[in-house]
Ligand binder design. Structure first.
Ligand code: PLP
Length: 406
């Protein structure tokens, strides 16, 4: 992307003009959440101004407009993921709720004592704990795919974990700590050789790389709106129709029913069976706006820009004495976790903040991964489409300055 294009993109994000302690904000905490472009913020305001009404329930005009907008957003998400059917798209609060939904409902339908679930060592807590809870409920075992020193999953070890007890494999497409892009196509193909379904956690992939759930043959694919320039509170579960149809509802309430009698309730069809209560219909239209925004720029171009930043910043950081980059996979997304000598990540993060630079520090909700590396945590800089080389330079200079203070 040219300087001009990036400047135009930056102009779309009002928050990037904010000052932090009198300094220009440099926002490098995009893996935690991204900033929102004006069109997304305005879409929400517009929906509240012009067609706010509870969806699916009203015969009146506003309710019909809001319902159509919500269903249009569903179709846009289906296109974005290349899902075969729009009723395979369930709106959730985010990745976490989507995984909990599958862990509960798939677990109820298909899991029994003695069964196994396979996750990887680099999972976010939200792709560990729901499966642990399922294992505790049912008397099952969690098995873990290890990784090599670069932070790449050990596929040979993975192969040996798959057996007749394995009920499901759940892996991240991209690690939020290491930036590793996992070979989910191969992981799915291997699981399918044993008729085992796979859930892919797409929280960190969808903002950076084009995803085709049909080509991947993913059984479930989940992501959060707020990590892809949409508001908080809206996310997506894609599930293959045959699984979703065979799974019981996750929550009971309005809208997920066909008929309710005190003797017996029957459930609605997909996708509504899994959308109990008033959904975040403002969030869904804002998510559609965010996906359209990303598509207008184009994910391949976004990826190219972020990769250039990743390579450049990594190279420059390595100029610093005692710099250790955690996560050096061949296939990497624009996330850089690092430590400098024995400087505690928290100290580094606090001092960078004083220089106007927002990074994340700590275990990044991946405690088992951090423990396995024998480190106290990392400092993590994560890039988005609006970051620039100048910001990278200022960031590297700031890390140098802080390092020299210890
Ligand atoms: N999975 C990964 C890989 C993540 O990075 C995150 C958030 O950081 C999540 C899951 C959880 O997402 P959310 O908190 O939006 O549900």
């Amino acid at each position: 992307m040219t300087q001009n294009e990036i400047q135009n993109i930056r102009d779309d994000f009002p928050i990037l003009k904010e000052k932090v302690y009198g300094k220009d904000l440099i926002y490098l905490d995009n893996a935690a959440t991204t900033q929102k472009p004006r069109c997304v913020i305005e879409k929400m305001t517009d929906a509240y101004y012009r067609y706010n009404a509870n969806i699916h329930r009203g015969v009146h005009y506003l309710s019909q407009v809001a319902t159509e907008a919500n269903e249009h957003a569903r179709a846009t998400v289906a296109d974005f993921l290349h899902a075969a059917n729009r009723h395979e798209i369930i709106f959730t609060r985010g990745t976490t709720e989507a995984i909990n939904l599958v862990a509960f409902s798939f677990g109820e339908a298909f899991c029994h004592a003695g069964d196994e679930i396979v996750v990887s060592v680099m999972e976010h807590h939200s792709n560990i704990v729901p499966w642990q809870m399922l294992c505790e409920r049912k008397g099952m075992t969690l098995r873990v795919i290890p990784m090599n020193e670069a932070g790449e999953l050990d596929l040979d070890a993975y192969r040996t974990l798959l057996n007749e007890h394995t009920r499901l494999v759940a892996v991240a497409h991209v690690s939020n700590v290491l930036g590793t892009v996992n070979p989910v196509g191969d992981i799915i193909a291997l699981a399918h050789e044993h008729d085992i379904p796979v859930l892919v956690d797409g929280a960190q992939s969808t903002p950076h790389l084009a995803v085709d759930v049909t080509e991947l043959d993913a059984d479930f694919y989940v992501f959060s709106g707020h990590k892809i320039y949409a508001p908080t509170g809206i996310g997506v579960l894609y599930g293959k129709e045959r699984w979703l149809n065979a799974m019981p509802p996750y929550q009971g309430g309005g809208e997920m029913i066909a008929t309710v009698r005190f003797e017996k309730t029957t459930y609605n069809e997909l996708p509504f069976k899994f959308e109990a209560g008033t959904p975040d219909y403002i969030g869904s239209v804002a998510l559609e706006e965010a996906l359209n925004y990303v598509q207008r720029i184009g994910l391949p171009r976004i990826a190219e820009h972020e990769h250039a930043l990743l390579d450049y910043t990594t190279r420059r950081l390595l100029e610093i004495d005692g710099m250790r980059i955690i996560g050096t996979a061949h296939e990497k997304s624009a996330v850089i976790s690092f430590l400098v000598r024995d400087i505690h990540p928290y100290d580094m993060g606090m001092l960078l903040d004083k220089l106007g630079i927002a990074v994340r520090t700590g275990h990044h909700c991946a405690q088992p991964l951090i423990d396995s590396l024998g480190i106290p945590g990392t400092v993590r800089a994560s890039f988005a489409l609006y970051n620039t080389t100048e910001e990278s330079d200022r960031f590297v200079e700031a890390v140098k300055r802080v390092s020299s203070m210890f």
